[in-house]
Design a protein around this ligand. Structure first.
Ligand code: 73E
Length: 815
């Protein structure tokens, strides 16, 4: 694997073994043989992490620095990926084999840091991988949560949330950087100072928090570049505690300041229902924004201070790009201005122009009600000086609107930052950005046409699309070793660096011997998954069945409920019609629901109840099986994708901004069963109608239906008591109640709430599409051809392509 100018990490397996055993002794003062598997993993990861830190082969360069600000980086396990990027996977595998512990067993010991909710956080991690692979100076800036997203267990069919103590055994990839800590200030009062003509402001009193960075090296493919992911942790700025309380013996009170501060980096907020408006969240957002920007400006000043002298800050945007992942880092604009104006004495207008030239913004959400907002009172109290900048920018923005043009009041009501007692973070993000992008063609279109329409009318040049992508090295190279090897044997290893080369697989689509090997690889992956599922849940899956998979966060708009309805429909049809024999299929679900999202949690309970009924019923369980894989995470995802035949991407059209599991599954050779939503549209364009199954209402039809206001879900129930009606009855008639009771609230959602997510509306179109697709599986040759074709066309969805587009169009750098 890429031999030229790659630093040599291990000469051969013997060299690797020597270094590995030395590392074991230096860390644990024990020999390799005396260690348990976890300790061996830890030593191996430490060895590789050390090499990554030292592999800064091209050192410092003068090219632009990109800072990717994201509250979430769902990095997943790193070891196997770094072995691939170093090009030493085979050597290490052989060495481990010789030492007596298979590499897979060591890799399985690795913690899976849950520092993200789902797609948005994983996207940030994929972007880090691609920036390093492409040689871009890409720096991640995020939060080091003490506890990741909760660990999910299933008890009696219900989701139970457990603490995710991912740091329990240490994290060998990170380095704490005490010397780079910075102070971040909350609360207090703004004080005005004047000296002759000049006046300035300081923020006095309040709470000072120390932000301490932990750096994780990000190794690019071929090890030609190592970047840094910097994650901030909150600590008290001083060890002084409440002495009065201490002396009077009230130790709890004396120590409270410490726990209050540490709380800022203690937990990751889930992205759904009921978590809005929490002050702690606002503190998290400000902490990583302020700490990140202070560091950036310090580094920049050191490097360019001499070169530019008085004009230093005007050039910031030539050398630095600050990219904001959704609105969570929206305070980057005002905070950059605050530092420039208050600390660097830059004038207000210049500071605003510098901020706008430097900052860009990605939106991930179509639904206006999901856009982030903060009550002005809360905001001003926590960040009084920052708020002054926001107020002034908002005032000036309002002034720029031509008040004599018809409709200006409406434009103002949609685009102003401050409105109705709230700070609207999306508007703040847009006003401070020189680029605003959506994450799929369809999504960007919706931003222009509705969510951010008024901004688009005013500044069409701001808007652009950047269709999401995924790390093909991790999600095909690492996750699917047998298929990856088959691909390498057929077309060489070039696709790891350049995913477009996957298109060379097209000539093998119909090749019987390639197809045979493809089937073997898939069978191996299915067996690996079946074993994992059996060990995790006790559910036995037959690998000759079709594996039909829906894995993602649980959310009403993603419509896991529609999928369950299809399974219940199959169940009923098998029972009532002895001649009905569907293609034997295992339905696999995985995903978490936010703690407070009751409906989503009920859908999880429903799936587990259906699983209990179906799997335990000998009349049907040779035709359908259902499995819920607990605790969906990057590591389990990597086992699931390669084993998937049918990829369920069934959100109602216009709801899913992009989706990325759709891309990961397609790349691994699954056929998509999906709506015309998010990036499914682009998958369809790439593979062609014959190699995907699209169903359901289109975006325009959904819009029209909602606008007409004449959808009555319950009519569908009344019109079909045999199929749809029967399923709905079964929610409450005891059929599914054995495990943990009936499902009244789901029935209410469909009846009283009139089926907001159009589950009943799309039901027939969906089950018909599934029937056809499952039948098509019978023609193995045609199916395999379509599956391989999906992989062959998936190169477009590499995040390398996405990052090249960001670099070219938004950050203005060559990559
Ligand atoms: O469609 C996905 C998209 O593929 C979208 O729902 C997701 O982002 C993915 C990557 O672009 C997303 N996550 C969030 N908003 N959109 C979100 C919001 C608040 C907190 C955490 C995540």
């Amino acid at each position: 694997m890429n031999t030229d100018n790659k630093p040599q990490v291990f000469k051969d397996a013997t060299d690797f073994k020597t270094q590995f055993c030395e590392e074991c002794e230096s860390i644990f003062s024990k020999t390799y043989d005396e260690l348990n598997d976890f300790e061996r993993y830890y030593a191996l990861a430490s060895l590789i992490a050390g090499k990554a830190r030292n592999a800064k082969v091209d050192g410092e360069n003068d090219e632009k620095q990109v800072y990717y600000f994201s509250l979430e980086f769902l990095i997943g396990p790193l070891l196997d990926n770094y072995l691939l990027n170093f090009g030493v996977r085979d050597i290490v595998k052989a060495g481990c084999e010789q030492l007596g512990t298979p590499l897979e067993e060591l890799v399985a010991c690795e913690a899976d840091p849950g520092l993200g909710n789902g797609g948005l956080g994983r996207l940030a991690a994929c972007f880090m991988d691609s920036m390093a692979a492409l040689g871009i100076n890409g720096n991640g800036n995020g939060m080091r949560y003490r506890y990741g997203l909760f660990r999910q267990e299933i008890e009696g069919g219900r989701q139970v949330e457990m603490v995710d103590n991912w740091l329990e055994h240490g994290f060998p990839w990170e380095t704490r950087k005490n010397e780079s800590a910075v102070v971040v200030q909350f609360g207090g009062q703004v004080v005005r100072h004047q000296d002759g003509e000049r006046f300035w402001f300081t923020q006095e009193g309040g709470e000072k928090v120390k932000a301490v960075p932990y750096d994780v090296p990000i190794l690019g493919y071929g090890a030609k570049k190592v970047n840094t992911l910097r994650l901030w942790s909150a600590e008290p700025a001083t060890e002084d505690f409440d002495l009065d309380a201490f002396n009077s013996g009230d130790y709890a009170k004396a120590m409270k300041f410490r726990s209050d501060v540490e709380a800022i980096s203690q937990i990751l907020y889930p992205n759904d229902a009921g978590e809005h408006g929490r002050v702690l969240r606002l503190k998290q957002e400000y902490l990583f924004v302020s700490a990140g920007l202070q560091t950036i400006l310090r580094t920049y000043e050191k490097k360019f201070g001499k070169r530019y002298g008085e004009k230093l800050w005007e050039h910031l945007g030539d050398h630095v790009s600050v990219h904001t992942n959704d609105t969570h880092p929206a305070m980057c604009g005002p905070e950059l201005m605050r530092i420039l104006v208050d600390e660097k004495r830059v004038d207000f207008d210049t500071a605003f122009n510098v901020a706008r030239k430097t900052i860009s913004y990605t939106n991930h959400t179509v639904m206006p009600e999901a856009l982030e907002k903060w009550p002005i009172e809360v905001f001003r109290h926590l960040l009084p000086r920052l708020y002054m900048f926001i107020e002034e920018i908002d005032r000036r923005y309002r002034d720029t609107l031509p008040h004599d043009v018809e409709g200006w009041a409406n434009v103002l009501s949609k685009t102003a930052i401050l409105w109705d007692g709230q700070v609207r973070m999306a508007n703040l993000s847009v006003i401070f950005a020189h680029s605003v992008n959506g994450v799929s063609e369809l999504h960007t279109g919706i931003l222009k046409a509705s969510t951010l329409h008024e901004f688009y009318e005013l500044r069409p040049d701001l808007f652009n699309n950047k269709t999401n992508g995924i790390s093909h090295r991790r999600f095909l190279g690492n996750a699917n070793p047998k298929y990856a090897k088959l691909i390498c044997d057929a077309i060489g290893e070039g696709w790891l660096a350049d995913a477009n080369q996957l298109s060379q697989l097209e000539k093998y689509e119909d090749d019987p011997s390639f197809q045979e090997e493809f089937e073997k690889a898939r069978r191996w992956s299915k067996e690996r998954l079946a074993k994992y599922i059996f060990e995790a849940t006790g559910t036995q899956l037959d690998t000759s069945m079709v594996f039909d998979v829906q894995v993602k966060r649980f959310h009403a708009y993603k419509r896991q409920l529609l999928n369950v309805f299809k399974i219940l429909d199959l169940y009923n049809r098998i029972l009532s019609d002895s001649s009905f024999s569907p293609r034997p299929t295992a339905f696999i679900f995985s995903g978490k629901a936010a703690q407070s999202y009751t409906f989503a949690k009920e859908v999880i309970r429903l799936i587990n109840s259906v699983a209990e009924v179906v799997n335990g019923d000998p009349r049907v369980n040779d035709k359908i099986r259902v499995a819920f894989v607990p605790n969906f995470a990057v590591s389990s995802a990597q086992l699931i994708y390669p084993a998937t035949d049918i990829s369920e991407q069934i959100s109602w059209a216009g709801s899913e901004a992009s989706g990325t599991s759709n891309m990961k599954l397609m790349m691994n050779g699954a056929i998509t069963l999906g709506t015309y939503d998010g990036a499914n549209v682009e998958i369809c364009d790439l593979v062609g109608q014959d190699n995907i199954k699209i169903f359901g209402l289109r975006t325009e039809e959904v819009d029209a239906l909602r606008a007409a206001g004449n959808y009555w879900a319950w009519d569908l129930y009344n019109n079909d008591r045999i199929r749809l009606g029967r399923i709905i009855d079964e929610l409450t008639d005891g059929t599914l109640a054995h495990l943990s009771g009936n499902f009244e609230s789901i029935r209410d959602e469909l009846s009283i709430s009139n089926d907001h997510d159009l589950v009943l509306k799309d039901f027939y179109s969906y089950v018909d599409a599934w029937d056809e697709l499952a039948q098509a599986y019978g023609d193995r040759r045609a199916w395999n051809k379509a599956a391989i074709h999906n992989t062959a066309r998936s190169g477009y969805f590499s995040s390398d392509r996405t990052i090249r587009e960001y670099a070219r169009d938004i950050w203005h750098i060559d990559a």
